[in-house]
Ligand binder design. Sequence first.
Ligand code: UDP
Length: 461
Amino acid sequence: MNKQHDNINKPPHVLVITFPAQGHINPLIQFSKRLTSKGVKTTLVTTIFFLNSNFANKTNTSSEIEAISDGFDEGGLASADSPESYIKTFREVGSRSLADLIKKLQSEGTIIDAIIYDSMMTWVLEVAMEFEIKGGSFFTQACSVNMVYYHVHKGLICLPPGPTVSVPGLPQLQRWETPSFVHNYGPYPTWSEMMFNQFVNMDNARWVFANSFFQLEKEVIEWMRKMWKLKVIGPTIPSMYLDKRLEDDTDYVFNIFKPYLNECMNWLNDKPKKSVVYVSFGSLAQLESEQVEEIAWGLSDSNVNFLWVVRDEEKAKLPKEFLDTKIPKKGMVVAWCKQLDVLAHESIGCFVTHCGFNSTLEAISQGVPIVAMPQWTDQPTNAKCIEDIWGVGVTVKVNENEIVSRGNLRSCIKTIMEDERGVAIRKNAEKWRSLAKLAADEGGSSDKDIDEFVSELKHKC
Ligand code: UDP
């Protein structure tokens, strides 16, 4: 067989370039698994530091794994002087390192048909274009959130925004319902600019992907499709928690911590159905000590069973009296759990969450009602969608010091667990669970978008 013919018969090959954070890397890996299941070869590329420092279950991926340098191989983002220096160095060193990787793969005879990258890493597209490889930008956050960022990028929303903000496809947003990088630009200018700049070269991307599903953000997606070749391919949660078509897809590949799996499951197993409040603020949020205390007493006053994830670095904020007296009775506190297993457990009655987009999609796909306690970045906008658009939860109000009081938390938990309104919310959550599964299942909207992409790759369009 001559070499040209050999290449025609080879499966298409995609490099998948990820930003080194748990909430960003897993959606792209999950998408890679779907591509692999449809006959595409995928090579996952992360940073040297991320690869060496995280708890990775590599048996859970069918991708090859490669690493590039972000310039901080020993300590990653935490070892940089500032986020600004990290982002700048990652762009410079990462561009060179990625170019070297592509050259290496090509010298070994590998053909790269496309490069898919986290939409925050716009420089990847520049590298891909140097090698005349097509690029696909991948949004790991909600389309609704990205549309707000797009309007800031275009100068259609000014900073600071006025009291209300209008974006096509969304109800009017109060200022505080926009992402914090918009309504509170000051503290994190580097991250804010990174979000607004996702769009600088997006018109040159061959594809744009989003971790969402069509029904969930229909109006916004239709609007975005006027600008880009948008494929909406989510929710990117392991197939065994969704459509169950990918038998080996039982877990995410990366976890920043090792979960207390058996401890959590054993504890949940003897709790009555829908009796447990699960509480988690994801992998990054740092709460004020006063806030942790209010949550502790809010849970305790609610008199419900609760499973609360408090990461080790946050643990010192827990009130001693609460640990000594309350936990043995009704609750359990762990440093990390396997969140999907918890959400899928029949004992779970509601989820108190910071509304990170992965946690939001996980709750939606398991049909778990939400008490939304957004902290920053995209979370306020996700909370708006959760309560006012999808109707799957309630947002707990903060006081003048931006703290959720124990009374407000207790009252929101009661709404979900006991009130008439909670019944309607639970029904909606069930509806969205079915729609999420339908989207991912054979012939569903996300499945079709993935098929279209694969077909374009196979036909080299
Ligand atoms: N997660 C987990 N165990 C925990 C808490 C969180 O596995 O105890 C996972 C969760 O399933 C989700 C991710 O961590 O996939 C958090 O991502 P999200 O976008 O919700 O928030 P972030 O951590 O980025 O703020």
